[in-house]
Ligand binder design. Structure first.
Ligand SMILES: Nc1ncnc2c1ncn2[C@@H]1O[C@H](COP(=O)(O)OP(=O)(O)OP(=O)(O)O)[C@@H](O)[C@H]1O
Ligand SMILES: [Mg+2]
Length: 177
């Protein structure tokens, strides 16, 4: 319930174009390691592995609000635990002016009815509706947080199975210098 309330609040503020951000220079690796640490016991309970990959060093510094980014990563990891399978891999990749933060799993990927518009509000797959709680707002929050930073959210089903969902965040240099 708390998460739903938090997601709704962020979405409402983002809709009004005034999602408050407190950005700072932070390494993508740190953001992902903190997210992994928060999710570790939930993953262990389900017998799932959670790994953090990619060391971009200085190239991995982003200018982002750590709390909002954490909220987005937590939503992605919750999805990977709920709807995915196998190992969950958090990885940072370097783009031209931005850094990509990926959450990848080894499940069967997004269902057909969701994969075209995964970030749409209230869009949920049949298995998600059958599985119970959830509002279909988690990914909408993820996109709102990425957009507020000037970034984007993307999702795809990997050819060898599983979902790959990522956000892009500006590099530290893009705004702070
Ligand atoms: N890693 C994933 N693998 C397969 N399907 C996924 C994955 N992540 C999301 N989905 C599908 O996308 C739908 C939308 O996800 P979203 O996080 O927006 O909503 P939710 O998880 O159903 O509810 P909420 O996040 O509000 O609790 C899910 O219901 C599920 O069908
Ligand atoms: Mg969700």
């Amino acid at each position: 319930m708390t998460r739903l309330a938090d997601d709704l609040l962020v979405l409402a503020r983002a809709d009004q174009g005034r999602l408050p951000l407190n950005p700072e220079s932070v390494s993508a690796r740190t953001l992902m390691e903190s997210a992994a640490a928060r999710a570790r016991s939930a993953a262990q309970l389900r017998g799932r592995r959670l790994v953090v990959r990619g060391d971009l060093g200085e190239d991995g510094l982003v200018y982002a609000d750590p709390d909002r980014t954490a909220q987005a990563l937590d939503n992605l990891i919750t999805n990977a635990l709920r709807y995915g399978d196998g190992t969950i891999t958090l990885t940072a990749e370097s783009g031209t002016d931005l850094v990509e933060l990926h959450v990848i799993d080894e499940g069967s990927g997004f269902p057909e009815e969701v994969v075209e518009r995964p970030f749409e509000r209230f869009g949920r797959g049949p298995e998600a509706r059958a599985a119970g709680p959830g509002s279909g707002l988690g990914l909408a929050l993820v996109r709102a947080v990425a957009s507020a930073h000037g970034g984007e959210a993307h999702a795809r089903n990997r050819p060898d199975g599983g979902a790959d969902v990522w956000i892009t965040l500006p590099r530290r240099q893009a705004r702070s210098l």
